[in-house]
Design a protein around this ligand. Structure first.
Ligand code: G6P
Length: 492
């Protein structure tokens, strides 16, 4: 931290802590689980940085406070802003649009207005707390306008942006009525990070199509109104997990014992299949369960020899498409269980819950085959967690080719989740895979996941961002000058 503010700042929709409001109106903050927080915490602590984000609840007005050596700066959202900006534009317009329109995106001008307004609020908070020449790292699709809004307020900053979800092909992105504004919003950043090479390439194609700016390879020359031309770069930085931490958790005697206990509680089936997802239509949960049901119907897999554990953690429950998905999944699970379960031995163990890291590691260790069958996924960290937890070098990862992880995790059994017959065959071959082959593949997977962890990811992004020439000498922009003072060369 410098005397005039913070030298390193994160700006994300969510704070790294969630708030709980007591019946007496008191606020308690609990650390939200997640790789991003773990990854960024050490660097933030070292830099004594600040994190701007939303608490997860409506109307929480709270002064900035310190938490584990990081300054947290809460942004207040009203109930209606949550409905329009978060549930609406972020999760019912952008989320489906950016995931191959698996669900139809809804376009509402009122949602867009709220998105702009809330993005401005985040940008203002960041501008208020950043030191001169600071580095500000903006995260994800909820905040795509923040880079440009922030640059307008503070041209002296070095701005990075990371897009955690896919960036869609031009032909799909073209549907968005506000596509040009979104591209310009993102181009406020000096460095734009994407999960896959193809995401970065999709973005650059959209820049060429929806702006007049010139691009050369992954570099875009941006000409802001009253500033010198500058260069923005779009490149891939595949995110990862804190693999050492997952590995260490999976080695503790408690977790190893819990994994054994889980299998015993299931009646010691020969084969345990596992799916772990947020209950989201992009995850291919229906496709996976359909394939499993057909395998039981065909007699290629049989209860009680085999069981499928499906953890589906609650998510975005006020959005219609998520409510519909829950109905569909639960109907399907009910039908399959009604048809194929035995007394005390369910075909599918369906768990609509979230679990902590120890229980997750035990589930991973207890599973012979992990099913990651997303229809589209920016990366999919569950696939990486499964690999990091398999300290015994056993287990098979069945992985959708439509995940970012598929680019990196050579050694997985790749599937196209739309091809139900193909997926059934791959699941059977995973179940039947000989232990030597399992070990060979798992070793390869583990090397990759343990080497490229989330600390490497954040370090490499921040290093590239640090190599961008500083703008600290930039004159204040019109937007950041106190009213009444004119900038150089501007008419008064
Ligand atoms: C994805 C997004 C994140 C988001 C998370 C959980 O991973 O990339 O930005 O935070 O889903 O979704 P939620 O809407 O609960 O924040």
């Amino acid at each position: 931290m410098s005397s005039d503010g913070y030298d390193l700042m994160m700006v994300a929709n969510r704070l790294p802590v969630d708030v709980t409001i007591g019946t007496d109106g008191s606020t308690t903050w609990t650390r939200s689980p997640g790789g991003l927080v773990t990854a960024l915490e050490p660097v933030m602590q070292r830099a004594q940085g600040a994190w701007v984000g939303w608490s997860g609840s409506p109307d929480v007005e709270h002064e900035p406070f310190d938490n584990d050596g990081v300054r947290l700066v809460p942004v207040t959202l009203s109930e209606s802003e949550i409905a329009l900006y978060y549930e609406g534009f972020s999760n019912d317009t952008l989320w489906p649009l950016y995931h191959d329109v698996i669900a139809p995106p809804t376009y509402h001008r009122q949602w867009w207005d709220a998105y702009r307004k809330v993005n401005r609020r985040f940008a203002e908070k960041a501008a208020e707390h950043a030191a001169r020449g600071a580095t500000v790292w903006v995260h994800d699709y909820q905040l795509q306008l923040v880079p440009a809004l922030l640059r307008e307020l503070r041209p002296d900053l070095r701005i990075g942006y990371f897009h955690h979800i896919p960036f869609p092909p031009l032909e799909i992105f073209a549907q968005l009525p506000w596509r040009a504004q979104v591209v310009h919003g993102l181009l406020g950043a000096d460095l734009l990070g994407f999960q896959r090479v193809s995401d970065a390439a999709n973005f650059v194609r959209s820049v060429r199509r929806f702006t007049d700016l010139t691009t050369r390879g992954d570099v875009i020359t941006v000409t802001d109104d009253d500033q010198e031309p500058r260069q923005a770069r779009a490149a891939s930085f595949p995110i990862s997990i804190d693999s050492r931490q997952v590995d260490a958790t999976a080695r503790t005697p408690e977790v190893v014992a819990r994994a054994r206990e889980i299998r015993a509680e299931l009646g010691d089936p020969k084969v345990v299949l596992l799916g772990v997802d947020r209950l989201d239509y992009t995850k291919g949960i229906r496709h996976r369960i359909k394939a499993f049901g057909e395998l039981l119907q065909d007699g290629r897999l049989e209860v009680p020899d085999v069981t499928l554990i499906q953890v589906a953690s609650p998510s975005r429950e006020n959005v219609g498409a998520y409510q519909q998905l829950r109905e569909d999944v639960e109907l399907l699970v009910g039908r399959i269980n009604g048809e194929y379960s035995h007394l005390g031995k369910a075909a599918i163990q369906y768990l609509h819950h979230s679990y902590g890291p120890e229980e997750m590691a035990a589930l991973y260790l207890a599973a012979d085959v992990m099913l990651v069958t997303a229809l589209r996924d920016g990366m999919n960290l569950v696939a990486k967690e499964y690999v990091a937890a398999r300290t015994d070098e056993r287990g098979v990862l069945v992985l959708s080719e439509f995940t970012g992880a598929a680019d990196e995790l050579l050694g997985a059994v790749l599937v196209n989740p739309h091809d139900i017959d193909g997926m059934k065959d791959r699941i059977v071959s995973a179940v039947e895979m000989d232990p030597r082959e399992q070990r060979k593949r798992m070793r390869r997977l583990r090397r990759r996941v343990l080497e490229d962890d989330v600390a490497t990811w954040s370090r490499s992004f921040l290093e590239v961002l640090a190599s961008v020439p500083s703008h600290a000498g930039a004159p204040p922009s019109a937007a950041s000058r106190p009213s009444g003072t004119a900038g150089p060369g501007s008419a008064t």
